[in-house]
Design a protein around this ligand. Structure first.
Ligand code: SF4
Ligand code: SF4
Length: 378
């Protein structure tokens, strides 16, 4: 007789998956339609049916070490075809949320980010820090004359603050991702590949994965929602454009002596890139939000965790665009106030990045590299 395996379900995990939007889980009767229709699922040991079984049984340890949950791009083709309305796309999204909270460091921030009652506190922290620093520097009033944001929140306040936050965020992310990689290595799809020299590992697994991500090829394979692909592409490249702009301005101020050129003229290539990035971000977010509202009526449900991220990014784009327009219209009070709101939201996005939907992009990249390395894909 075959060995029996004792299964110890983690009911707290099942409840959390429900809270994160996977409350349809129990409807699954394991017909496997979802695994058949999913275009991203590998032929060998496909998903998401097995994940539906594991989630229903509360097998948390398998799921948090399973790279397959990150191979899913939540197109919801499977949810559309599921004969029981079990919404496997939503369940996998909920398991992903649980999974990266499980690895996030420090865990307490992860819990706060997923609970709406902490939102005022999380937004209040940057408000208090910025007002405190501006107060110390004697900048708590609306400056007179030409609108120059440097006169309101000087670089010597904002830059050290954001650099410190970025370093702490980077450490937190590295710890979380290292735990995740280690979890996958000893999880349900342990790597059977030989250990490679770093150069070969990068050439064979990291670069092809990054090329796929830059091309968004996986999104292309899910053809049910082309607009979602376009929106993700716009948001992805707008973040890259805005990061390049921030880097150039930082270098310009501290190393090239370009401070006198601020604010940049409208025709300046850096300004043009910034404006294009802001508009692409706004358009991408608008598409995602309208899609999500439509999907809520039809096939999928978004949670607070999903909404708070996209809304923060949306308001960053809107506050950035309005800050610029009110500056050009010489509306000093409005321009400076909007700039302050913009900084608070950017702080929120950056400081809480390892615990937000933003971190999904990084965890997914790591899971894709792991899948390539372990021979899991395809
Ligand atoms: S989630 Fe739906 S399609 Fe997938 S196995 Fe369960 S019942 Fe079948
Ligand atoms: S949501 Fe899309 S990618 Fe994810 S399992 Fe379902 S069909 Fe596959």
């Amino acid at each position: 007789m075959a060995d029996r395996q004792l299964i110890e379900p983690d009911m707290d995990f099942v409840k959390k998956v429900g809270d994160f939007g996977g409350d349809t889980l129990k409807k699954c009767f394991q017909c496997a339609t979802c695994s058949v229709v999913c275009k991203l699922s590998p032929e060998k040991n496909p998903f998401p049916r097995k994940e539906m079984i594991w989630a229903g049984w509360g097998l948390k340890d398998r799921l948090v070490t399973d790279p397959d949950i990150w191979l899913c791009h939540q197109c919801n083709d499977c949810s559309q075809y599921c004969p029981r309305g079990a919404k496997p796309g939503d369940v996998l999204a909920a398991v992903r949320n649980y999974s990266f909270m499980h690895y996030a460091f420090p865990g307490i921030l992860g819990k706060a980010l997923s609970d709406s009652k902490f939102l005022p506190l999380l937004l209040g922290i940057p408000v208090v820090i910025l007002l405190f620093l501006m107060g110390i520097a004697g900048h708590l009033n609306i400056p007179q004359g030409e609108i120059v944001f440097e006169k309101f929140v000087p670089h010597y306040i904002v830059d050290p603050l954001f650099i410190t936050v970025s370093i702490l965020m980077g450490i937190s992310l590295i710890v979380g991702v290292a735990r995740f990689w280690n979890g996958m290595k000893h999880g349900v799809h342990p790597s059977v590949s030989k250990k490679l020299p770093v150069g070969d590992f990068i050439k064979l697994h990291v670069i092809p994965t990054l090329v796929d991500i830059f091309k968004h090829s996986k999104f292309m394979e899910c053809d049910r929602n082309r607009w979602r692909y376009i929106a993700h592409l716009l948001i992805f490249y707008s973040f890259i454009a805005l990061a390049i702009v921030t880097g150039i301005v930082f270098l310009g101020i501290y190393f090239l002596g370009f401070e006198h050129m601020l604010p940049l003229a409208q025709w300046n290539p850096v300004k043009l890139l910034a404006n294009a990035g802001a508009i692409a971000l706004f358009v991408g977010c608008t598409i995602i939000i309208s899609n999500r509202l439509k999907e809520e009526e039809e096939k999928s449900k978004s949670t607070y965790f999903d909404w708070v991220f996209i809304m923060v990014v949306y308001f960053i784009a809107i506050s950035g665009i309005l800050t610029e327009l009110t500056r050009l219209a010489h509306l000093a009070g409005l321009a400076y106030s909007l700039y302050f709101v913009h900084l608070v939201l950017v702080f929120y996005l950056l400081a809480y990045l390892p615990f937000s939907k933003f971190a999904h992009m990084i965890y997914r990249t790591v899971a894709l590299v792991y899948s390539s390395y372990s021979g899991r894909e395809g």
